[in-house]
Ligand binder design. Structure first.
Ligand SMILES: Nc1nc2c(c(=O)[nH]1)N[C@H]1C(S)=C(S)[C@@H](COP(=O)(O)OP(=O)(O)OC[C@H]3O[C@@H](n4cnc5c(N)ncnc54)[C@H](O)[C@@H]3O)O[C@H]1N2
Ligand code: MOO
Length: 392
């Protein structure tokens, strides 16, 4: 059995960025920029009025000024004003080259077409957004690896960018095994459980904006083998749930072997999620997660999500880590590293009740996992512990 550290090293060594593609800006949400983007234009591309008011020469501030014209947003003319003249101007409009200041209309008096400026704090250049004040042409706009959020989409659109290069999302298939599984909406008999892992894993993938196909399998070697074969043809990443332990009805590992999936690791010294399998066929990644629901989700966040993040070009693929004092002492029960469901208020961290690998209740309430490495025995209240923040 390998340690968590070794498992992560093997993961990093075997995952790589997926193919580069060009997507329209609107389709890039939550993806990662695959190249630096430099501003193709100055933004704004002209001196822009920040207020509804009047544009004039600052040297005229003490005089009565004659209003000679009006410029609204979108008016492309460059009105020439002379000494003692001003133009009515509106927010977003192009400030004439011959004007150096804008006064907001609330701080003026206008009588018979004559403007008096009453803004005592006004300085030369006031209320003008200078050309290029947000960004100059040629400057680095957004760095490679930046996650595209709505603001980034708006910003890139303001630069006139139409499409960007990103790494392609993987096509994912989830294969869930287990004769005892019953889909929600059906009646449950003693000995059966409601199938929850595929909905949970699909939702975790949705958080990454990844869609997945789902296949349900009975515990049968031939069926498992042919479903894996088909999924390998149709997808870039396979997630199997259940059937990966050592029981007589656990067919996932032999079925992966029969499909020539190369084993990169099997079994990690961790709790929950010991019988985790990670493998590869050509460039396709295969994760077989333990069926126990909390173990499956734990393995998803610690290994599957980082693998997808690496494929997408996310420069920080793993869960964000921090160190916090823990609010209670804890006796480690296994010789394995433990990931404990916990809640942090930002200052300290509290372990939640119910740490079994079948228990999702605590996971549903958790916002982080406390990581205790296999070398740690016990912890005392107030000890500093490693905390991995869960996605919201
Ligand atoms: N002799 C040993 N037995 C077990 C070992 C071991 O080392 N030696 N390891 C234990 C550990 S640790 C884990 S974790 C589990 C993993 O078992 P499997 O991956 O084979 O998972 P299953 O047996 O199929 O299911 C386990 C558990 O989870 C429930 N389950 C499965 N799939 C779903 C689903 N889609 N939705 C909801 N619940 C699901 C299933 O009903 C079982 O209760 O092995 C231990 N055994
Ligand atoms: O590794 Mo299992 O998830 O501990 O029960």
């Amino acid at each position: 059995m390998i340690s968590v550290k070794e498992a992560k090293e093997i993961l990093i060594a075997n995952c790589c960025k997926s193919q580069l593609i060009e997507v329209s800006l609107f389709d890039s949400l939550n993806l990662f920029l695959a190249e630096d983007i430099f501003a193709p234009i100055n933004v704004p591309s002209f001196n822009q009025s920040a207020m509804d008011g009047y544009a004039f020469k600052f040297s005229d501030i003490e005089s009565k000024i004659t209003i000679i014209d009006e410029i609204a947003a979108g008016d492309l003319r460059d009105v020439e004003i002379k000494k003692g003249e001003a133009v009515r101007i509106f927010t977003g409009a192009k400030v004439p080259e011959s004007c150096d200041t804008v006064v907001m209309q609330e701080l003026t008096v206008v009588e018979s077409g004559q403007l008096s400026v009453k803004d005592v704090g006004l300085k030369i250049g006031g209320n003008i957004r200078e050309e290029g004040h947000q960004i100059n042409q040629g400057d680095l706009a957004l760095e490679k690896g930046t996650k595209i959020n709505p603001a980034a989409i708006g910003f890139l659109a303001s630069l006139g960018v139409v499409s960007i290069k990103v790494h392609q999302k993987p096509r994912v298939t989830i294969l869930a095994t287990g004769n005892e599984l019953v889909k929600t909406g059906n009646t449950l008999q003693k000995g059966q459980v409601y199938e929850s892992n595929t909905l949970m894993l699909q939702s975790a993938l949705n958080n990454l904006d990844i869609e997945a196909e789902t296949v349900f399998l009975i515990d049968d070697f031939e069926e498992t083998k042919s479903a894996i074969n088909k999924a390998l043809d149709n997808s870039d990443l396979l997630i199997l749930s259940g059937g990966i332990s050592v029981g007589d009805y656990d067919f996932v590992k032999p079925a992966l072997e029969e499909n020539d999936v190369e084993q990169l690791f099997y079994k990690v010294k961790q709790k929950p999620g010991k019988p985790l399998f990670f493998g590869k066929k050509n460039k396709k990644l295969v994760f077989a997660l333990p069926g126990n629901p909390a173990a499956a989700l734990n393995c998803f966040y610690l290994y599957v999500q980082p693998a997808i993040n690496i494929q997408l070009g996310n420069p920080k693929p793993f869960l964000v880590k921090t160190t916090l004092p823990i609010n209670q002492s804890y006796k480690k029960k296994s010789g394995r590293a433990e990931f404990l469901k916990a809640f942090s208020n930002g200052n300290n961290v509290n372990l939640l009740e119910g740490q079994g690998s079948d228990v999702l209740l605590s996971f549903a309430k958790a916002n982080c996992l406390v990581f205790l490495s296999d070398e740690i025995d016990n912890i005392e209240k107030g000890d500093l512990v490693e905390v991995h923040m869960l996605p919201g």
